[in-house]
Design a protein around this ligand. Structure first.
Ligand SMILES: [Zn+2]
Length: 299
């Protein structure tokens, strides 16, 4: 007889009596349900050890991955949004802003910084989903625009890491204007032949997909990321048809030609360094010749 035997059969624990795993010690993968310690999960850059599910992380983690020795200079750190529309939903917008800032330690949904990655200067803007769903308001647009200006001024490549539910409802039309502003700035970056790498992480949707996130010279994404404009439920209700399997996943989007490649978070830095190593010297050289030709013409 085994030393342990279940005497009673069909024991059912009511939901309210089930014990929850305490937060912060263990990570349970929502995909394959594998449980790992938080330390192990962090060491693995918050990707599942078994199925490689990419857990959502924010600017703090991406900056630590990308910038050499986690050294960088943050720009416009204290820029916060106003309340141009005196917007009130379940609570007034300024109150929501204050509460979110306290809860997340962030000032808005994007952080911008410059530093070195693989020894090469780079400017990076990274969104934070924890701040009102990574929504794009005036501050997000303005900080990205200024980061692009910084990249142009210092002639460094620009990288954008998107993670957003779309435009920020509380700033309505002002949010939508950020799409045009950031796109125009990216056009200037392109005119100056500086590379723009756009990385789409889970989730990238709405006005962000419809503007800067899809304008990269290279559009890359993390595995399994949800990428789309409108959400699947809205589309399904509009067209009245079932959507294909894997619809709006990074893999689906890649297959349909909207992405250049999918990159594992654990390989992200090396891939970025390799990519810039391939394109930067060539760009700089071309630019040099263009300038010399111009100078020769005017002389
Ligand atoms: Zn997993």
């Amino acid at each position: 007889m085994p030393w342990f035997k279940r005497v009673e059969k069909g024991i059912i624990t009511p939901t309210e009596e089930k014990k929850e795993t305490p937060d912060g010690l263990w990570f349970k993968c929502p995909d394959c349900k594998t449980v790992t310690s938080m330390t192990e999960h962090r060491k693995n850059l918050k990707t599942c050890v078994k199925c490689n599910y990419h857990d959502r992380v924010g600017s703090k983690e991406y900056f630590a991955i990308l910038f050499d020795d986690n050294k960088f200079t943050e720009m416009d750190e204290d820029m916060t949004s106003g309340d141009p529309l005196n917007f009130v939903d379940s609570k007034p917008y300024p109150q929501r802003t204050a509460e979110t800032q306290r809860k997340t330690g962030l000032k808005d949904a994007v952080r911008t910084a410059y530093g070195k990655s693989g020894g090469r200067d780079i400017t990076i803007a990274c969104m934070d989903f924890a701040y009102i769903g990574g929504s794009m308001g005036s501050v997000v647009g303005e900080k990205i625009a200024r980061a692009i200006d910084h990249a142009r001024k210092t002639r460094t490549p620009f990288m954008m890491i998107s993670k957003s539910g779309g435009a920020r409802m509380m700033e309505a039309g002002f949010s939508l204007m950020q799409m045009a502003k950031t796109s125009a700035k990216l056009a200037l970056l392109s005119e100056e032949k500086l590379p723009y790498i756009s990385m789409l992480t889970d989730p990238t949707t709405g006005g962000v997909t419809a503007s800067y996130a899809m304008l990269g010279d290279f559009n890359i994404a993390e595995p399994g990321a949800l990428i789309g404009f409108a959400g699947p439920r809205v589309i399904k209700e509009t067209i009245g048809k079932d959507l294909p399997k894997g619809f709006q996943s990074a893999e689906f989007v890649l297959e349909h030609g909207f992405l250049d490649f999918i990159v594992d978070r654990k390989e992200l830095k090396q891939r970025l360094v390799d990519l810039l190593g391939m394109i930067m010297p060539a760009t700089e050289e071309k630019n040099g010749t263009a300038k010399t030709q111009k100078a020769a013409k005017s002389a």
